[in-house]
Design a protein around this ligand. Sequence first.
Ligand SMILES: Cc1ncc(COP(=O)(O)O)c(C=O)c1O
Length: 428
Amino acid sequence: MTIAGDWGFGMCSDYTFLSSIFRRVGGAFYLFDGRKFHDNYVDLRDRLRRHWPDTELAYAMKANYMPPIGRLLVELGGWAEVVSAFEYRVARASLPGERIIFNGPIKSERDLRDALGAGSQLNLDSFREIQLLKRIAPEFGRIEVGLRVCFDFPDLVSRFGFEVEGGELEEALAALDSIPGLEVTGLHCHATRRSLGVADPVERVERLCRLAGRLLPRYPIRTINIGGGLLGDMPDSLRDQFAHAVPSLAEYADAIGRAFSRCSPTTSMRLMVEPGTSMVANCMSLVAPVVETRRRRGAWQALLDTSINSLNPTRSSTRPSLKVVSSSPSEAGRRAREYRLVGNTCMENDILCEGVTGPLEAGDFVIFENRGAYSLNYTPPFIVPCPAVVDDQGRLLKRADSPETILASYLSPAHVGSEEDHHEYHVD
Ligand SMILES: Cc1ncc(COP(=O)(O)O)c(C=O)c1O
């Protein structure tokens, strides 16, 4: 892999710009480009709407729940998808309850009550949740719920939702039938097999539509939700590593939209999609300074002030796409070498990237592209906590986590054991 010394990202690849941010935030940082999120969201939504006007995108907050993204969703009139009480509260800080979908395997009685009270769409995942709903149903006159289902895909056994072919779904429906005032109005499936390309969401469209058609005489299904799992726009150096073709957002939209138009059992059905990665991956880069270069058994390593936990917390095997912004205006006197890039933790396996060839020196910045999804909120506070986030104008969006922010949830000795700080854990 040969590193490029120059790249077309405007001011964000300017050394003076990067070093001024670096000095202000005191270390590595993420650069966020909100316009890209806006464009990704609008491109996918509006293209789907050309095929099926009643389409909404519920952005999967788990991919990156930064408040600036919540604000963008408000501007876009968008929706959010969440999978825990924590994420639900984060989403509610920006969005009205009616534009939040609550999925996830562990919802407490309180979570169900809060979500129903706020008009959010609940997708039930288990018999346990049905039992909880039974308990609280008398508090509500009418209740609408969706059901997460899973199909017998030959290459995937999903741990989520009610199995359709195994009979679980019918059992769940029978249990729900006994709750007065309850209506099943939605079906949801997020069991993804990305290597199938557009055939992956299309198969979910087809199977959910067929299922909805079967259930419609008994249940007023109004929403079909095909989950997420789409890949987004990415540099060629990432795209080329996939063993399968990577569809564009336009190709996904056309394939999903055509399939839905062909298969929807009614003309009044709402199509819901829950994209996470594809909306946010290309909106954020991680910028890390080179601290030193050093020989190691005849080879070279460059130490960067970031870690594998910020760069690749999910330990994806995809090699990162990176660019170098050099600290010196000319390459004169710099020697191109092959480097192993290593991180700032004490783990031997904190290796950011192997076999990077180019001139690299202390003071340079390495920019890792496409770091927006499952990076920021997946970074643990291990050795060096999560870095700052800055927008493409250099404005601070999030400070780097600090001893104060990380230790804030620990009690002082005076409070240990005190009742007012004792929150009981409820899963019911
Ligand atoms: C229920 C649900 N919806 C949507 C998503 C978003 O998936 P992706 O980021 O692959 O688009 C996820 C991710 O795990 C999910 O669990």
